[in-house]
Design a protein around this ligand. Structure first.
Ligand SMILES: [Zn+2]
Length: 267
């Protein structure tokens, strides 16, 4: 079984795949979140993993990130599209908006975040962790579809499963971070360690704790969050459906060469 593109996201994405089959994969790092569905989208072979498992079995800090990336890598995947619900830390990123992350700040702890635990020592660059080509294409497609989208944004990744305190949330806002999430790290870096292009799509569902009680920002109810997210998933599927046929077989970004110069010899 092979696939060229991987999708990691919510179970709403199963329906994108035509003629799909489910395969159970075992990796050196254990089983992925669920069996992998492999099928076609616009003539390309696409593998889909529901990040939290089809029964939502894995909380963010327990997602088998390494097994997920290793399994996709083993199938020959060169590009991964990861979709995520995010909370907004700034007024301009409103519920319903899309954001294509260009930077992350890792505030998680205790997660196994590298494939390189032994010799040779590898220091992979994380300066630009997200694929610039995929971000550019995704942004122009979102524009064509009439979606409100942000070309870039910094996602701060917290460990969860709890949400932020108001003080934490205010602190993150004051640092200039745009959105908050629990699953982008280490997923994006593990993909980078494998030389796989990674596109992180955030769907803003609500304002985080530090903003929600400001008088000028309307508080969002759980019901509204649900509605915003349901619409967001529909829009994300349209976006991904338009993006996949535009993906070139040749990669002109630097993602495949992420490990060049990363081996430190002779220390
Ligand atoms: Zn790339």
């Amino acid at each position: 079984m092979e696939a060229e593109i991987g999708i990691i996201g919510g179970s709403g994405f199963y329906s994108l795949l035509e003629d799909s089959e489910r395969v159970d994969v075992e990796t050196a790092y254990g089983k992925p979140s669920d069996s992998i569905s492999i099928g076609k989208v616009a003539g390309k072979r696409v593998a889909f993993i529901p990040r939290h498992g089809s029964k939502h079995a894995f909380p963010p800090h327990k997602v088998p990130y390494k097994a997920n990336i290793e399994a996709l890598y083993g199938l020959g995947v060169k590009r991964i599209i990861g979709t995520n619900a995010v909370g907004s830390l700034v007024e301009e990123y409103a519920p319903g908006d899309f954001v294509f992350f260009d930077q992350f700040v890792n505030m998680t702890h205790g997660r196994d975040d590298t494939f390189f635990h032994s010799s040779p020592v590898i220091h992979v660059s994380a300066a630009d962790p997200y694929c610039p080509e995929l971000r550019k294409d995704a942004y122009s497609i979102s524009h064509e579809l009439g979606l409100k989208a942000h070309r870039d944004g910094t996602v701060v990744v917290i460990n969860g499963p709890r949400f932020s305190s108001r003080a934490e949330s205010r602190f993150f806002s004051s640092q200039g971070f745009h959105v908050i999430n629990m699953t982008q790290y280490p997923e994006v870096m593990l993909a980078r360690e494998k030389g796989i292009c990674y596109l992180g799509i955030g769907i803003v569902t609500d304002y985080d704790a530090g903003l929600e009680n400001r008088d000028d920002i309307k508080a969002v109810s759980a019901e509204e969050v649900g509605k915003v997210f349901a619409k967001g998933i529909g829009d994300a599927k349209r976006l991904v459906l338009d993006l996949i046929p535009r993906i070139n077989d040749n990669r002109e970004c630097g993602c495949a060469a992420a490990l060049e110069g990363a081996v430190i010899a002779g220390h």
